[in-house]
Design a protein around this ligand. Structure first.
Ligand SMILES: [Fe+2]
Length: 448
């Protein structure tokens, strides 16, 4: 349990969420400090960025925009922000619709951006198809993994760092099941298992061990009344609905899911999962409740760090709160996915502030059970931090953390690079962006 005290946050979440009105391109960006020469790639974050004239609504809804900085040989070559080309944004921008298949009511790939099978993909929630981006973050086409995807995809997928396979759970409100998808390293769906659920639930992601996919069947479900009322996010807390974790053997059929009942709660983001003997450890950011009274943001209970330990022999679950600081956007060294991890990085969310960022990053040492704080100071808000290892064989904490920081007072943004091994020390480099990048959702490092 943490006893860390965070400095009061100054500035409002409205500041960081205020959208930008235009796309921008800038080259040869100013840098304070020294960018590590080994960072060769693009740091990309995506998030809702409402087009002019729209009123702010649900924190997860809004036209997607990608914000990227290209780093190479110690220089920040460029900054670009680009709308994700949906049918709506192309219409507003006066462009032709993006080619490719269509699925479902929405095509708003605004939640995450990943690299898989040689393609950079913008991902969205609730049955949205991925939108492929080129190396300059321009939308290329809507895609369905060469026709192998049965319906929509997911905002989150877990890559096995050993096999290169990609695992995801897709849900869509018209289907009485969710689809567990296994993709080849080349990016084709080679297995789809239909798992019956009631609701259907908002299944934002999954966790992966070396033997199982961990499914989060939790009481936030599609709400027909909200849909009829025109909500762009018709999912709500479902009182009385059971909560359970499902262990699906990675190559198993739907009937082989083993369910473990847990107390009602919600999880957007697992940290990682792994198995030791007959125990399966699942670390997550957990909420007591979301989308019950507050339908526009997951703001009614603080997100905190929890560990579930599933006893596969006895069929029991032990729950432990690892840290009581409000926090979200958990990341680890992705090379540790499916196996025991020591370090986890999160964004500290002070109560009353945004759900897209916070004024500090936390570094958890889960072996020593300590937490360190990197506080960016008043008026500043950091988003999801991505760990980039120094090299392919470097240790779990030997590398850099990259995050965007928004400053409410000046309306400026920067890309901050921290040394993960000197987490509380000053940044090794700050890339000054020529325009502000508003608070967003998920970020990733796309290696060149
Ligand atoms: Fe997410």
């Amino acid at each position: 349990m943490s006893v860390v005290q965070l400095a009061p946050h100054t500035g409002s979440r409205r500041d960081s969420r205020r959208p930008v009105a235009a796309e921008a391109t800038a080259t040869d960006l100013a840098v304070t400090g020294r960018l590590p020469a080994g960072l060769d790639g693009c740091f990309v974050r995506i998030g809702p960025n409402l087009m002019t004239g729209d009123r702010p609504g649900h924190v997860l809804v809004g036209d997607g925009m990608a914000f990227g900085v290209r780093l190479r040989e110690g220089r920040a070559l460029w900054y670009r922000n680009r709308w994700i080309r949906t049918d709506r944004t192309t219409r507003v921008l006066g462009e032709l619709p993006l080619p490719g298949p269509r699925h479902g009511l929405s095509d708003n790939a605004n939640a995450n951006v990943i690299r898989h099978g040689g393609r950079t993909l913008a991902l969205g929630e609730a049955g949205v198809l991925p939108i492929e981006l080129d190396e300059r973050l321009d939308s290329v086409a809507r895609m369905d993994f060469d026709g192998t995807l049965p319906h929509g995809f997911s905002s989150h997928a877990e890559a096995d760092p050993v096999t290169g396979e990609l695992f995801a759970v897709a849900y869509y409100h018209e289907l009485p099941y969710v689809e567990h998808l296994v993709l080849t390293p080349e990016g084709r769906v080679r297995r789809c298992e239909r798992i019956e659920v009631s609701g259907p639930p908002l299944m934002h992601g999954l966790a992966l061990t070396d033997r199982h996919s961990v499914l989060f069947d939790l009481p936030v479900t599609f709400n027909p009344a909200l849909a009829r009322a025109g909500s762009r996010f018709p999912y709500a807390w479902s009182p009385g609905r059971p909560a359970r974790l499902g262990l699906l053997p990675r190559q198993g059929c739907a009937a082989s899911v083993r369910w473990f009942d847990i107390d009602p709660c919600y999880v957007f983001h697992p940290v990682n999962a792994y198995e030791v003997g007959d125990r399966c450890v699942v670390d997550v950011v957990r909420y007591d409740r979301v989308f019950d009274r507050d339908r526009d943001a997951p703001g009614e209970s603080p997100p905190t760090l929890w560990r579930w330990t599933l006893d596969l022999t006895r069929g029991t679950v032990a729950a432990e709160q690892l840290d009581d600081i409000p926090q979200e956007f958990p990341r680890i060294d992705d090379r540790r996915k499916t196996m025991p991890h020591r370090y986890a990085y999160t964004v500290a969310m002070q109560s009353g502030t945004g759900v897209l960022g916070g004024s500090a990053l936390l570094r958890h040492d889960l072996v020593r059970r300590t937490v360190a704080v990197h506080d960016f100071g008043p008026y500043r808000e950091a988003g999801e931090a991505v760990f980039v290892p120094r090299g392919p064989l470097s240790a779990e904490d030997d590398g850099w953390l990259l995050t965007y920081v928004h400053e409410a007072r000046t309306g400026r943004s920067s890309l901050v690079v921290l040394d993960a091994g000197d987490f509380t020390g000053p940044p090794v480099a700050v890339v000054h962006l020529p325009v502000r990048a508003p608070g967003g959702l998920h970020a990733n490092w796309i290696t060149a």
